[in-house]
Design a protein around this ligand. Structure first.
Ligand SMILES: [Zn+2]
Length: 210
């Protein structure tokens, strides 16, 4: 996992990666300690891992996880907007020969219902403390929807803050099944027990705001 210690440093923003133009190719690259990489979009330095994204005209960029996740979130916002359509459009989509759109609908509609947080406009978790379970889930779902491989074992979900721990404690079972290997071992065990026996023992003081 990329060390996110330095994420608080000021850095260039890069261009907004529009999800209808840019796609994750499925290729990733690891960079060793003495050969760290700089994000080709936002110039984030010292990357331990980078992701290849492609544009329709053949342009390729190797980007950081922050840019990669921004692209995923952008795609979900776009798909969410596309899902909020009139009944006529819904009917059209059902009968259309556009298989990709139908397949996407099959995945996004139940997801939106099951995980409203994931599809909320502002995506509550920031990058500053590492990956949240929802980040990894978004990335995995995005990769699945565009038909490229993505290995969750490449990632470590962070439990650095109370907020992140709280979000892990509240993971629904279907989401846990998708991202479990990216969770620290202790959380895998805890949550397994939780799903078998009932509530997971709370280890954090974070309270959701009224
Ligand atoms: Zn970047």
């Amino acid at each position: 996992m990329i060390d996110v210690k330095d994420f608080g440093l000021a850095r260039a923003q890069g261009i907004q990666l529009v999800s209808t133009e840019w796609f994750f190719s499925g290729k990733t690259e690891m960079h060793s300690d003495n050969d760290r990489f700089e994000c080709q979009n936002c110039n984030h330095p010292e990357l331990g891992k980078s992701y290849e994204i492609k544009k329709g005209n053949g342009i390729i960029l190797w980007v950081c996880s922050k840019c990669m996740l921004d692209l995923c979130k952008n795609a979900f916002r776009h798909w969410k907007e596309a899902e909020i359509v009139s009944e006529i459009e819904r009917a059209e989509a059902i009968y259309t020969k556009d298989r990709r759109r139908k397949e996407r609908r099959k995945v996004t509609a139940p997801l939106m219902e099951a995980f409203p947080d994931v599809f909320s406009q502002d995506f509550m978790f920031s990058r500053n403390d590492g990956y949240s379970a929802y980040d990894i889930f978004l990335f995995k779902t995005y990769a699945k929807l565009i038909g490229v491989p993505m290995d969750v074992t490449d990632f470590d979900i962070s439990s650095r803050t109370d907020e992140l721990r709280n979000s892990i404690e509240r993971i629904p079972k279907p989401l846990f099944d998708e991202i479990r290997e990216a969770l620290p071992d202790e959380w895998q065990t805890k949550l397994e027990r939780h799903f078998k026996e009932g509530r997971v023992e709370s280890t954090c003081k974070f309270k959701s705001k009224p």
